[in-house]
Design a protein around this ligand. Structure first.
Ligand SMILES: [Cu+2]
Length: 152
């Protein structure tokens, strides 16, 4: 009896430990639709990830020229400057200013039914920093944006 309860306690502690040491989240998985919306308003990734992968699936039907979506990650304070520069850069540049250090990561633009990916080093983010993920297609970031929470 006594040894049984000790075993149970041990298992409980093991369970708690595995929660504390849960694998870091190294993927930002999003969908975008024809109503100019992502499925998430907030997401969490870990700065300790050697590589963070953004996965975007456009679940709508409209073409990229009319309702294209991408995912750009930046510090929240840089979002408006990036979308303005991205609009100037135009469709051929995927609405992302080329060589802009404010852009931490960006996927290509996709249309309905298509998916895209991009990866970057977790070390580009600081735990506790103020980051936003958004779509830089002209006009979309008003609705298509969310908070990127960064853990250690
Ligand atoms: Cu968009």
């Amino acid at each position: 009896m006594k040894s049984t309860s000790k075993t149970l306690l041990g298992l409980t502690l093991l369970g708690a430990a595995s929660l504390v040491h849960a694998a870091p989240n190294c993927t930002l998985k999003l969908t975008g639709n024809d109503a100019m919306q992502y499925d998430l308003k907030t997401a969490t990734v870990s700065a300790s990830c050697p590589k963070i992968t953004i996965e975007l699936t456009h679940i709508g039907k409209m073409p990229a020229q009319a309702m294209g979506h991408n995912v750009v990650i930046s510090q929240t304070a840089d979002m408006n400057a990036i979308t303005a520069a991205g609009t100037k850069a135009g469709a051929a540049a995927g609405y992302v200013p080329k060589g802009d250090a404010k852009v931490i990561a960006a996927t290509p633009v996709v249309g309905g039914g298509a998916s895209t990916k991009a990866s970057f080093a977790g070390s580009k983010l600081k735990a506790g920093g103020d980051y936003t993920f958004f779509c830089s297609f002209p006009g979309h970031s008003a609705l298509m944006k969310g908070k990127l929470v960064v853990t250690k």
